[in-house]
Design a protein. Structure first.
Length: 123
């Protein structure tokens, strides 16, 4: 059980890193310039040339590999709810690495979501 929880936590850490990398890469994207399919494809091409986007893909892929190992070792009804801690880890990482503000409502809402998933898992 401890091994599975550690795998889940490692997976969620990699996924959290991936989300932070995606956001850092997306910060330079000008969505106002997207008006048609051609401008969307141009934007997509520019996005795929950003190193942070690729770091995001790599991090998410590593997280997925670890997630599959966790799934192989435990029931989905256990693994998935523990994985909901990613809501909290992304919020904390966004505060640390992106200087995003965490107000009381965001914190309370995130904690309620995590608590709800935990309650579902133990029922």
């Amino acid at each position: 059980m401890i091994k599975t929880v550690l795998l889940i936590l490692f997976s969620e850490a990699w996924n959290t890193a991936g989300q932070i990398f995606f956001k850092k890469g997306a910060n330079d994207i000008d969505m106002e310039s997207v008006h048609d399919m051609r401008s969307y494809l141009d934007l997509l091409g520019k996005s795929l040339r950003k190193p942070f986007i690729w770091l995001g893909f790599i991090s998410i892929a590593v997280g997925l590999g670890i997630w599959l190992m966790a799934l192989a070792g435990a029931d989905l009804s256990f693994v998935y709810p523990v994985g909901s801690l990613q809501y909290l880890s992304v919020m904390i990482a966004a505060r640390i690495f992106l200087n995003e503000k965490i107000d009381l409502m965001k914190l309370a809402g995130t904690l309620l979501v995590v608590a709800g998933v935990v309650l579902i898992a133990i029922s």
